[in-house]
Ligand binder design. Structure first.
Ligand code: ADP
Length: 173
């Protein structure tokens, strides 16, 4: 039931969310380390993560896959490949697919809490305002179908991005 799922936005680092069952990686298709979120997650998780990812790659824009979290303080990592803005089209739909597939996968893994970074808003060039609107619609549209998730947290690197996502999600704090 959607009213049993808490939505929140925090300013912070996706690799430092020890109270969450799982975090989402803004992955690349090969599920390798890189810049931004993927680099931070692979550095914190350690080399076992790259090993676990190898048989799952490559993934397509919008797709989500799950691994153990290894050195991260969570149980699982859900890896999503966001669209490159206006190159992988329709970009809005592919970004919505990321959020929805990640939420459904987390729920099927019986996870109670999941943290997202702002997928595709870094190297992949999505404007933050547009990404926040897409994320908010996508998250709201699947919540009622979930059984296990109780907390969804957006973790934004910059205070400005946090304000944008908070507004889009309709969170007043
Ligand atoms: P993408 O390739 O999907 O655009 P990036 O990793 O380049 O992904 O960036 C996605 C967003 O995550 C950007 O807004 C970036 O500022 C932010 N970001 C980068 N590192 C972190 C981190 N450690 N925790 C949370 N957000 C981060």
């Amino acid at each position: 039931m959607s009213d049993q799922v808490k939505l929140e936005c925090v300013q912070g680092d996706i690799t430092d969310q020890p109270d969450l069952d799982a975090v989402v990686n803004a992955a690349n298709a090969e599920l390798r380390t890189g810049g931004g979120v993927a680099g931070a997650i692979h550095r914190a998780a350690g080399p076992d993560l790259e090993e676990a990812c190898r048989p799952l790659a490559p993934i397509k824009p919008g797709q989500a896959v799950v691994t153990s979290a290894f050195g991260l303080p969570n149980k699982k990592i859900i890896h999503c490949l966001g669209p490159v803005y206006n190159i992988d089209k329709p970009s809005d739909q592919l970004l919505a697919d990321c959020y929805q597939n990640a939420l459904r996968l987390a729920d099927s893994e019986k996870l109670a809490s999941l943290g997202f970074p702002a997928i595709s808003t870094g190297a992949f060039g999505f404007p933050v305002h547009e990404a926040a609107e897409v994320a908010a619609d996508a998250i709201h549209s699947v919540l009622s179908g979930l059984s296990h998730l109780r907390l969804v947290r957006m973790v934004l690197f910059s205070p400005g991005d946090k304000d944008v996502f908070q507004k889009a999600l309709g969170i007043s704090r």
